[in-house]
Design a protein around this ligand. Structure first.
Ligand code: NAG
Ligand code: NAG
Ligand code: NAG
Ligand code: NAG
Ligand code: ZN
Length: 964
């Protein structure tokens, strides 16, 4: 299947036309002027062809928050929690690199490097530029952080990578562009990440963690280095990524850690002194090197010389590494065939490429990750569900904020409501992608810090949004943001007799969206932007306030305004329940389903149940459930209550117990059934941790197979007790069958597909045929000994008894052939939800005609297959635009087809004066993108996509000019 983006530029000059596959081919257009540039050639030390070459890679792994906050880590504050100070690491490393030009270092996390760079003198900055130009200091990965792979959404990952890589390019030019992606610590690896890295122009990818059984097999088969074919839709090699597994996680080999935090013996090389140990060190090193060479394919091996927050006193490491290299290489004169050198991942990769071998092909992903039989890291897929949701809506808010910055122009940043910016939220979101942030595996005070940073970012964006909406609408009325609508709190709507509701839609197609507002009246009249009356309903809710419910429509990349006035005071009289409970939730679509197969009657078996967490007191293993690890103490969930107390008003409410409830809703015209779950405070009076799940049991004949998305994009098939690349010995029937769900999961048979769209990342599995379970919330009483040192036992000021979490699942049932046509857009609507803001009082009675109550930033709706991923101000006159074909190859008969977009006629208020195309992370011009080519072993080659039109025809570099 093919996507085609065809753009006709203005009449006089050029035609821009380009073919690509449906998946988001890097349609990244930066509307920007370009300059020609000089390529930096990293200087790698020479290797010896006939010998075993050992590449020593000095490195530090600096978490962008974990046991300490990102700022505490930078300054080295709170060393009582963990001794770690990144500013000292960079000071010390630069100093040591200058002492010996042979030495090398790599740096990874731009969030830290940026903080450090800002504080350096011009002299020091020039010195560091020199080190980078000479390849002595090399950036690898280079995103703002090393993102988590299980719980992140691709949109936020692309943003954080773009931010880090842009800083590196702006600061160091081409020599600062990382060639290698480096995810040494994340707890399992997503295929979509590999696909993104390939489209970002990386030549290779290295990581440290994978399932222990998978690793053992790969060591024996010498398959620790491979070619990952990371997309079923993109034509190879577009999403092919060379992938290597590091030998010791990311640590040095045993006995060779020379950091101040380690206890290994230094090299004592003065024969006149006590304890001369050079012979011993060299012998041990040669032994390890030969052993390692047995499990890799070439005569090059890599050793990661460093670990968490190491090199704070880099002299210790380098002094010993200098000696190690000297003494091991001296043995060559005695016939040793081992050659040790300072190296970097890209120098190592270059040698692997030179080896001109064929590599095994990998098509699935690296989830779930287990480090031994009862230790599955599948708990963090759900850990800290409130933070996961906050991160997800913050992404939606950031995209809206960036769009309104472009649509509003300069007034957005400095306008009637003050100075606003998108930068603060961009940074907060970038930090939140870290593998101990949205993953939920950080200490409580660090989780609080991520949330605080996001809230601060929201505040900055709110000023920007107010400025733009005021400018676009012509109304300067103060804008009110109700951030607690999910718990039915909004003082304005609860007290005001007349207010207006602005609904901004960040998607490139119109949306229709149910709005529920807490109110204190019986009846309201609502009119839309054209003055037309809108149906509404006041619903008596669980909470003491009533809710005003109505459906809003918002245009693409634009807003629509609704006026609301109170007609009748007082609380509504409770409506009379409908005759039979289940029938209470039905609309056109679902009534149809009921007649088809009585779907609703078993839908009420949507059961909220729980696992009791293992407390480590178990004959098979002492592992307990914790922030990282999921380990229930039985393989059947406890039904919290066999019967739910059901209340039927306009919606169905189920109470399973005082701390577990659910509201089931159907909206008119909706394609989906909404399940709003509320869980907490999870009781711990019985001294047992609990992990609460929602289980959907259906009669779908799913034969042990189910499907989950990868970072919100392509969907992967999962099979119970099975891994596509090795013969699994299953040792945890539940936890070993859990996978990350970022935005949706489904089961299907020939006739039906049941899809669940989630509002945040969660873990889940299909343990029984026809059943899909999703973990909602977890509260645990033990630490799981993976370093965080705290039980995952969340409370907050409002919920001192234990956090209460609320969320939504949207269920749709469709024939499999057309299911994607429903769940793709549905998932997008949940990811990029409308922003609802309010103004009090009448909508400018005197000037009502002058107020623009409806606005769209697009000239026309984009085709359903095209998703507008990014609209963001790049610099003063240029805008970064990402368009994405959002359907997977052959997933939709109608939409997995080529589409044409005319960029010239895209925006309603902006003129496109020129276009330049870039890679996915916007740090390389498209026509400068040349990646190393790798050959897959024949036999393992299954391309799937054959259409040759997908091949990129080289485009001449576009002439560009300024936009706006
Ligand atoms: C790489 O190997 C192929 C055979 O597999 C050979 O034809 C080709 O010449 C080799 N290339 C180089 C640069 O050695
Ligand atoms: C709700 O309305 C009633 C009168 O109908 C009034 O007494 C009460 O104060 C109102 N509550 C709020 C929060 O405005
Ligand atoms: C969990 O949190 C509750 C409420 O703050 C507290 O009473 C309890 O001691 C905590 N338990 C553990 C194991 O941390
Ligand atoms: C990278 O930086 C260089 C030097 O500042 C600049 O010329 C080039 O245009 C930048 N590349 C991209 C893709 O922004
Ligand atoms: Zn880490």
């Amino acid at each position: 299947m093919i996507g085609k983006i065809h753009k006709q530029m203005s009449h006089d000059s050029w035609l821009f036309s380009k073919m690509a596959t449906p998946e988001y081919t890097p349609f990244v257009f930066l509307l920007l002027l370009f300059q020609s540039s000089v390529w930096g050639v990293p200087s790698c030390h020479a290797t010896k062809p006939g010998m075993l070459n050992v590449h020593l890679v000095p490195h530090t792994h600096d978490d962008v928050g974990w046991l300490k906050t990102v700022d505490q880590y930078f300054y080295g504050d709170r060393n009582d929690i963990q001794h770690a100070g990144v500013q000292y690491i960079l000071d010390s490393v630069v100093d040591q690199l200058l002492k010996n030009p042979d030495r090398r270092f790599i740096y990874v996390e731009t969030a830290f490097f940026y903080r450090w760079w800002k504080q350096q003198t011009d002299d020091m900055q020039n010195t560091v530029k020199q080190l980078v130009n000479e390849g002595r200091l090399e950036f690898v990965n280079g995103g703002w952080c090393m993102s988590d792979e299980a719980t992140t959404h691709y949109s936020a990952v692309i943003d954080q990578m773009t931010m880090g890589l842009r800083f590196l390019n702006d600061t160091f030019g081409h020599c600062g562009r990382p060639r290698v992606a480096w995810h040494i610590d994340p707890f399992g690896h997503a295929r979509e990440h590999a696909s993104m890295f390939a489209q970002m122009g990386y030549d290779g990818f290295f990581f440290g963690r994978l399932d222990y059984q998978d690793r053992n097999r790969r060591m024996v088969a010498r398959e620790q280095e491979m070619l990952w074919r990371a997309s079923e839709s993109l034509t190879p090699p577009m999403a092919d990524l060379f992938t290597g597994i590091l030998p010791n996680g990311y640590n040095p080999p045993e006995g060779f850690c020379w950091d101040q935090s380690c206890d290994d013996p230094p090299i004592r090389d003065d024969p006149d002194l006590e304890d001369y140990n050079v012979d011993d060190v060299v012998t041990r090193f040669l032994h390890i090197a030969h052993g390692q060479a047995l499990v890799y394919k070439t005569n090059h091996i890599i050793m990661t010389m460093g670990s968490d927050f190491q090199y704070e006193n880099a002299n210790l490491w380098y002094k010993n590494l200098d000696k190690l290299i000297r003494y091991v290489n001296q043995m060559q004169s005695n016939g040793s065939e081992v050659n040790v050198l300072y190296s970097t991942p890209s120098c190592y990769l270059q040698e692997l490429h030179r080896a001109n071998l064929t590599w095994p092909l990998k098509g699935d992903d690296f989830f779930p990750y287990a480090d031994s039989a009862h230790d599955f890291w599948t708990g963090y897929f759900t850990s800290r569900p409130a933070l996961k949701r906050y991160e997800r809506i913050s992404n939606s808010y950031l995209q809206t904020c960036k769009q309104l910055e472009v649509l509003g122009g300069p007034i957005s940043r400095k306008g009637p409501f003050g100075a606003g910016d998108s930068e603060t939220l961009k940074k907060a979101m970038a930090v939140a992608q870290h593998h101990d942030a949205v993953s939920g595996t950080e200490k409580q005070h660090v989780a609080n810090d991520y949330a605080r940073k996001l809230a601060n970012g929201w505040a900055h964006c709110q000023v920007l949004v107010s400025n733009t909406l005021s400018s676009l609408s012509g109304s300067s009325a103060p804008r009110v943001y109700c951030e607690h609508l999910n718990i039915s709190v909004c003082p304005l709507t609860e007290t005001s007799k007349k207010f207006s509701v602005n609904v901004y839609n960040p998607l490139a197609r119109p949306v229709s969206w149910p709005v529920r507002l807490p109110v204190n009246g019986t009846a309201y009249s609502i009119s839309d932007a054209k003055g037309k009356a809108v149906d509404s309903q006041v619903v008596l809710s669980v909470v003491p306030v009533s809710q005003l419910l109505f459906q809003v429509q918002a245009p693409p990349l634009g807003y629509s305004t609704y006026s609301v006035s109170l007609l009748q005071n007082g609380p509504p009289s409770p409506p009379s329940p409908l005759p039979r409970a289940p029938k209470a939730v039905q609309n056109k679509v679902w009534v149809f389903i009921v007649t088809l197969r009585d779907f609703l009657s078993y839908l009420f078996c949507v059961c909220l149940s729980r696992y009791n967490a293992s407390d480590g007191n178990n004959s098979e293993s002492i592992q307990m459930s914790g922030a990282y690890i999921f380990r229930p103490n039985t393989s059947t969930p406890f039904i919290i209550s066999k019967t739910a107390k059901i209340e039927t008003l306009q919606e169905v409410r189920q109470w399973f117990s005082p701390w577990v409830s659910q509201v089931v809703r159907l909206y008119t015209d909706s394609r989906a059934l909404e399940l709003e779950w509320t869980v907490g405070p999870v009781p711990i009076g019985d001294d047992l941790g609990k992990e609460v799940i929602s289980r959907l049991d259906s009669s779908i004949n799913s034969s042990g197979v189910f499907y989950t998305d990868s970072n919100g994009r392509e969907v992967l098939q999962r099979r119970k007790d099975y891994r596509p690349t090795w013969n699994l010995r299953q040792s945890e029937p539940i936890a070993g069958n859990y996978y990350p769900i970022n935005s949706r999961a489904y089961i299907k048979d020939d006739k039906d597909q049941l899809t669940v769209v989630t509002d945040r990342s969660q873990g889940g599995g299909s343990i029984q045929d026809g059943s899909l379970e999703i973990m909602l919330h977890r509260r645990l009483l033990y630490d799981d000994v993976r370093g965080v040192g705290e039980p995952l036992n969340e409370t907050s000021d409002i919920y001192p008894e234990g956090l209460v979490v609320r969320g939504r699942h949207l269920l749709s049932l469709s024939p499999p052939a057309t299911a994607a046509d429903t769940h793709r857009p549905l998932a997008q609507e949940v990811v990029l939800q409308p922003l609802i803001t309010f103004t009090d009082g009448e909508l400018h009675p005197s000037t009502r005609l002058e107020v623009r109550e409806r606005f769209s930033g697009l000239q026309a709706v984009l085709p359903p297959a095209v998703h507008l991923l990014t609209v963001s101000q790049w610099d003063q006159d240029t805008v970064l635009l990402r368009l994405e074909h959002q359907y997977q190859a052959s997933e939709s008969k109608e939409h997995s087809q080529p589409v044409t977009v005319n960029l010239q006629k895209l925006f309603s208020t902006l003129d496109v004066l020129g276009v330049s195309e870039m890679n996915l992370s916007a740090n390389q011009w498209k026509d400068e993108m040349t990646r190393l080519d790798w050959k897959a072993e024949s036999g393992t080659h299954h391309t799937g996509v054959t259409n040759q039109l997908c091949l990129l025809s080289p485009l001449g570099r576009m002439k560009t000019a300024d936009l706006l």
